[in-house]
Design a protein around this ligand. Structure first.
Ligand SMILES: Cc1cc2nc3c(=O)[nH]c(=O)nc-3n(C[C@H](O)[C@H](O)[C@H](O)COP(=O)(O)OP(=O)(O)OC[C@H]3O[C@@H](n4cnc5c(N)ncnc54)[C@H](O)[C@@H]3O)c2cc1C
Length: 323
């Protein structure tokens, strides 16, 4: 819990973020980020496709507070769509509305995301609108609903930790959705806190959407959940073209390949771009064991988590001071 809070706090430190951008994909981030530009990202996607793993590409960026930056992000995401099509890659895109100006003005953000979804529709590319923190969720879901009145190539994410998750799943029952446990450090009034309670609700949501929904993306690295889904789809004769397993790029690579070899649809979430710091810190926050990505870079011998955290904090601190 302390580690989760530490990394969640680090994720929002602007000085550390600036230092991280300046010094590139250091501290192990290159293992879980698909490069800093679209060419590198497409290469990673093609390598995944060879293993029969699809990708959802995310041009990194969030909590944008400058209109120009939001418009640049929109243009970059439209270019990602073109690159997917040119490369004939098995991929779709995931976008965050706070990257497209949600914190500035809702109509401005809507226009930006609409342009993206419209462009994607002409190229037959699907768009998932990621679920972000609870403050932005209600308006995000309203925007998705508005877009779905016009386009059928857009869906969103249901976070199982939310008390309201079953209602959200029902609301988006008729569209393709991704179901996750939930990644943000939220207040107890909004989310379940007990991992067991989250897991129970997560399984209920997955089962509901597998039985009543269209296409379900089950986004987890959790063996227990994955094994449960395998049994559930077998018992209910749910065909493999109705669902996929999604995992983050660089995580549980062998499991991803194994599932693909077993004949399941597998999709890796491939984030790329310069703005990787917040994403990386969130991954460390939700699973401090991911610190091994850092320690593998820094130490040849096995080391303990406390030492690793001290080392990374020291290095991040140095990077900040050097700026
Ligand atoms: C494709 C994808 C998209 C996502 N999109 C969103 C989003 O839009 N919004 C959002 O809030 N969150 C999103 N998330 C994050 C998600 O909410 C969780 O925070 C994250 O996936 C961690 O939960 P978990 O289900 O993987 O399992 P956890 O609860 O983290 O772990 C459960 C168990 O799984 C195993 N495990 C987990 N990770 C590993 C690993 N790296 N190596 C080995 N074993 C492991 C361990 O046994 C662990 O005890 C996304 C996740 C994925 C995979």
């Amino acid at each position: 819990m302390v580690l989760r809070k530490t990394f969640s706090t680090l994720a929002t430190q602007p000085q550390l973020q600036a230092a991280a951008q300046k010094y590139g994909l250091q501290l192990g981030a290159q293992h879980i980020v698909g490069g800093t530009n679209i060419s590198e990202a497409i290469e990673r996607v093609q390598a995944l496709n060879v293993q029969h793993i699809d990708a959802t590409l995310n041009y990194l960026g969030e909590f944008v507070t400058d209109e120009q930056q939001a418009v640049e992000a929109k243009d970059a995401i439209c270019a990602v769509i073109d690159h997917i099509v040119e490369a004939n890659a098995q991929a779709h895109i995931s976008v965050k509305l706070t990257q497209l100006g949600l914190l500035l003005d809702v109509d401005f953000c809507y226009d930006n995301v609409r342009d993206i979804v419209e462009h994607a529709a002409t190229q037959n590319v699907f768009v998932t609108i990621d679920a972000e923190n609870e403050n932005t969720l209600a308006i995000t879901l309203d925007i998705v609903e508005e877009l779905q009145k016009v386009f059928d190539n857009v869906g969103t994410v249901v976070q199982a930790y939310l008390h309201d998750a079953p209602k959200i799943a029902e609301r988006f029952q008729s569209s393709r959705i991704r179901i996750v446990k939930g990644a943000y450090n939220e207040n107890e009034s909004a989310v379940l806190k007990e991992p067991l309670h989250i897991d129970i609700q997560y399984v209920e949501l997955i089962e509901f959407h597998l039985l009543h929904g269209t296409f379900t993306s089950i986004a987890t690295h959790d063996d227990n959940i994955i094994d449960h889904v395998k049994r559930f789809v077998a018992e209910h004769s749910i065909p493999t073209n109705k669902f996929e397993f999604q995992m983050l790029y660089g995580f549980r690579k062998e499991l991803q390949q194994h599932l693909a070899r077993e004949g399941y649809n597998v999709c890796a979430y491939v984030p790329f771009g310069e703005d990787w710091y917040g994403y990386y810190m969130r991954r460390l926050a939700e699973r401090p064991k991911n610190m091994s990505l850092v320690t593998k870079q820094l130490f040849t011998k096995k080391t303990n988590t406390a030492l690793a955290i001290a080392a990374s904090a020291f290095i991040l601190g140095r990077l900040t001071k050097r700026k």
